[in-house]
Write a protein that binds this ligand. Structure first.
Ligand code: SF4
Length: 328
């Protein structure tokens, strides 16, 4: 079947992936492979704007790539690579920075938020982050970028930069990327209140063993008003129930929905049921992960091949860009 165009998406190297990563992004990455030519990038250069040390960068990149591959990214079809392995992106970033107004960058809400988060490290790269992101997207002649509704302004900004470049050099060489709205599932962590994430240690890693997974699930916060097993609970405010709706068979979800409200099921039992279903769902992932991890250089070979294929596209784009700019 003919593909609809090229998709690009990038994510920072955060190491082993968790359930929130999977349900919020990776699952969608895997599904899009059926419709689009997909270019997936581990954006290590972006990470440098915020990390204090690079000592874990290699391991985190490896672990993340391994999880993505085990989850179903197909490297024989899709391009999976590391941002810094294609240095052309730095060159395009520089050229795009010349058509981007500094004031617009410092006015962006995302920049202001970063300044609030790390006032002691407002580095030059942080200001230019959206320009580098634009370079990432357009370097690979991207048609479509999948984003959640709240991310759409970032792509609109990228489109503005592309228009400025094309106008300045009277060219159409850079493609304005289109937004593909995707439903980004916000997965709440085991604390029952914040978005699942490593920094809050409220996550469940995909690569945990079944026993470790069950242990994490047992720590999940439930309906806070339910003190005893004999108290009726409210599944509508319980994160365990939300996760059941994603992972468990419908008849089990229906049963919990009824029994919880009349204290017919205890929270421990409910969580163990969820853990069992989660572990069952993760079985193919774990088997694939173990198999890939046992092939010593497999992940590195995939990333090298991805960089080679990405670079072929990037070099062609840069040739056209330099010509359009009439660089000597
Ligand atoms: Fe939540 Fe299940 Fe306990 Fe009800 S029985 S409060 S759905 S964990």
């Amino acid at each position: 079947m003919a593909k609809k165009g090229r998709v690009f998406s990038g994510a920072r190297p955060t190491g082993r992936q968790h359930l929130g990563n999977y349900l919020g992004a990776i699952k969608n990455y895997v599904a899009m492979q059926d419709e689009y030519d997909c270019v997936y990038c581990i954006v290590d250069v972006h990470a440098l704007t915020t990390v204090e040390t690079t000592q874990d960068l290699k391991l985190n990149t490896f672990e993340m790539a391994l999880d993505w591959l085990a989850a179903g990214i197909r490297p024989e079809e899709s391009i999976l690579f590391v941002q810094s392995h294609v240095p052309e992106v730095m060159e395009l970033h520089t050229y795009l920075s010349m058509v981007t107004q500094f004031g617009k960058l410092t006015d962006l809400p995302t920049f202001k938020e970063k300044v609030r988060q790390q006032p002691e490290n407002v580095n030059y790269g942080l200001v230019g982050y959206p320009v580098l992101m634009t370079a990432d997207i357009v370097l690979y002649k991207t048609d479509v970028v999948p984003v959640g509704i709240d991310q759409a302004p970032h792509i609109e900004f990228a489109r503005e930069i592309v228009r400025s470049f094309n106008y300045r050099y009277n060219t159409k060489v850079l493609i304005e990327p289109q937004v593909k709205h995707t439903e980004v599932l916000k997965v709440v962590g085991i604390d029952g209140k914040d978005k699942m994430g490593k920094s809050l240690n409220n996550h469940i890693e995909l690569a945990l063993t079944p026993d470790e997974t069950t242990k994490r699930v047992r720590e999940m916060v439930t309906d806070p008003a339910r003190q005893r097993k004999t108290d009726p609970g409210n599944p509508d405010v319980c994160n365990v129930f939300t996760m059941h709706k994603i992972m468990s068979p419908q008849e089990e979800v229906d049963m919990i929905n009824v029994e919880c409200r009349r204290a017919g099921i205890g929270c421990v039992d409910c969580k163990l049921r969820f853990a069992a279903n989660l572990n069952k769902n993760l079985e193919p992932f774990r088997a694939k992960r173990a198999e890939l991890a046992s092939q010593e250089s497999y992940v590195q070979d995939v990333l090298n091949d991805g960089a080679r294929r990405a670079r072929t596209i990037a070099q062609q784009t840069m040739k056209e860009v330099r010509e359009a700019m009439q660089l000597p």
